[in-house]
Design a protein around this ligand. Structure first.
Ligand code: AMP
Length: 544
């Protein structure tokens, strides 16, 4: 028997309409290249979004068309999110930090006709222009006064693009399964692959993220996504906040700037923020040097890469901020797990609690996880057995955009292979130990590069650490620890190995330590292990 409940499609438009009706006065504050302090309210944003929707119609954008954005986190990017998806087109967020060849591939593959670009990214677009086959028109995120001199044709400022448009717009009824947004993964090998989100997946992901044990947003919160809007929709915050009416703060091009982040946190009374470990290291470094505090900040969600314990403890002990480790992927919209403690854990010792806090967290409702071994056999969730992590759920990618059948993302049973390796304990906490391609296989056993890196980075003189496997005649592979020291500080190989001695199993201790000036990163801030392996491909361990 069919139920008798209403069948309302879950669309991004419905989030906007809800926020417009219920939270028109909540504020949105942004730093942009043309304004260091832009402030307006949700109601103002939605009026401009309707003007933008009219402008996109006037330009002839059809449902299903991809519209590119090359932009930082700010109010105009927020407007693009809602106007593009709301008219049935697809918000294609592009990471300006990718290599030029990847950017050209992505824009050509998505066949973007229009790209909305930040002033600061315009010089990059000038360089790429000749290779962008589908591109017809460029809109620069500023007003006419700030439109830079450029060699590009068919270009207009955002403000003049929407000027003169009506702020009334009749939003079309959309199928909740229709594509709303597109984000390419920036793998270290092969071409980037497009993950095509739907209205439904975006809404379900946003609603789940609001749960207290996930991001726990409320109307009382002031939320600042430091994770970029070009990387998995800023972890869904621009969709989650309007559901509850949280004030939003967008740091624009200042995402990696500790001083600017501290200033925003203080001035705007930010209570919750989210970002990758690197930005928090920059903030903590600035706080230590300046002696400043973090006023209203209550919690920070850290993900994208393993969060070192030092970030968790420093935030808590010095600034009273609780850190929640989270895990996800572009293919998962991105939330896969978030770490919050469970009842009864308050009795655990500080060390035991830290061990739990370091884990990547528990799956929210909607995400199923399983671990399998090399033969595909399912492993127990006992916190010990490590295997390949597979997931499924309504906001997990089923197939990549416009790729052949064999590139489909899931197996016959509908599980997506994450490429991550880890264990899950009896309470459901996931602990990642590696990317499948980064794990070090020593004498047939796995050594976790993540655990070694986390332990090394906890040393006060270490700024960054990476571990790769290097060939060994007896053990096949052994770990090599690569270290960037803090500026003007000294530390020896022996002191580092001593530091690690009581933190990891003895046979995990790296066979050598090398000091470098910098460690290469991907465009999303992860350590670029492929490049490190290339750099150290002729490296010979001391005892070999
Ligand atoms: P991306 O699709 O670029 O967001 O990258 C997703 C990948 O980042 C995951 O498959 C993991 O390998 C890694 N990752 C994300 N969050 C974490 C975390 N908390 N700890 C360790 N690795 C993580």
């Amino acid at each position: 028997m069919q139920a008798l409940m209403m069948d309302m499609p879950l669309t991004i438009t419905s989030i906007m309409q809800h926020a417009d009706n219920n939270h028109p006065d909540a504020e949105i504050v942004s730093i942009t290249a043309d304004n260091p302090q832009h402030c307006y309210r949700y109601g103002d944003a939605f009026a401009r979004i309707r003007r933008l929707a009219n402008a996109l119609h006037r330009y002839g954008i059809k449902p299903g068309e991809r519209i590119g954005t090359l932009a930082w986190n700010d109010y105009r990017h927020f407007e693009l999110y809602y106007a593009i998806s709301g008219i049935g087109a697809i918000t294609h967020t592009i990471n300006p930090r990718l290599f030029p060849e990847q950017l050209c591939y992505i824009i050509n593959h998505a066949e973007d006709r229009i790209v909305f670009v930040d002033i600061l990214v315009l010089p990059l677009l000038e360089k790429l222009r000749a290779a962008l086959k589908s591109l017809e028109f460029i809109v620069v995120l500023c007003d006419d006064k700030h439109l830079p001199e450029t060699t590009l044709d068919n270009i207009q400022s955002y403000e003049s693009f929407i000027a003169g448009e009506s702020d009334a717009f009749d939003w079309p009824a959309l199928d909740e399964g229709a594509a709303s947004s597109l984000c390419y993964t920036s793998g270290t090998t092969g071409h980037p692959k497009g993950v095509l989100y739907s209205h439904r997946s975006t809404v379900l992901h946003a609603m789940t993220s609001l749960a207290p044990d996930v991001l726990g947003l409320s109307a009382w919160d002031v939320a600042m996504p430091v994770v970029p809007m070009f990387h998995v929709n800023a972890w869904g915050l621009p969709y989650a906040a309007p559901i509850t009416g949280s004030k939003m703060v967008f740091p624009g091009p200042k995402m990696g700037d500790g001083e600017a982040l501290q200033r925003l946190i203080e001035a705007e009374a930010i209570s919750v923020s989210a970002g990758v470990p690197t930005v928090w290291l920059a903030l903590l470094d600035y706080l230590a040097r300046s002696g400043k505090a973090l006023a209203a900040l209550q919690r920070v969600i850290v993900g994208g890469s393993a969060c070192p314990l030092s970030i968790i403890t420093e935030f808590r002990e010095k600034y009273g901020v609780s850190v929640h480790h989270g895990w996800g992927m572009t293919e998962m919209s991105p939330i896969g797990a978030v770490n919050t403690l469970l009842p009864g854990m308050e009795k655990l010792s500080p060390d035991e609690l830290d061990k739990i806090r370091m884990k990547q967290g528990r799956a929210p409702y909607g995400i199923e996880m399983k671990l399998v071994d090399d033969e595909g056999r399912q492993l127990a969730h006992d916190g010990k057995q490590c295997g390949m992590l597979k997931v499924r759920g309504p906001w997990v990618c089923r197939a990549y955009y416009n790729l052949d059948e064999e590139d489909h993302a899931h197996d016959e049973a509908g599980w997506f292979s994450t490429g991550d390796i880890g264990n899950i304990d009896a309470k459901g906490y996931l602990q990642l130990t590696d990317r499948a391609k980064d794990v070090i296989k020593s004498g047939g056993e796995w050594i976790s590069s993540i655990d070694l890196e986390n332990a090394a980075v906890g040393h006060p003189q270490v700024a960054e650490a990476a571990v790769i496997g290097v060939p060994h005649p007896k053990w096949v592979e052994r770990p090599l620890l690569i270290i960037v020291k803090n500026e003007n500080e000294e530390i020896s190989k022996e002191a580092l190995l001593k530091w690690l001695e009581d933190k990891v199993a003895k046979w995990w201790l790296p066979d050598d330590v090398v000091f470098v000036d910098a460690i290469p990163h991907t465009a999303t801030g992860k350590i670029l292990k492929t490049e490190l392996r290339e750099q150290f491909k002729d490296y010979c361990l001391p005892d070999v």
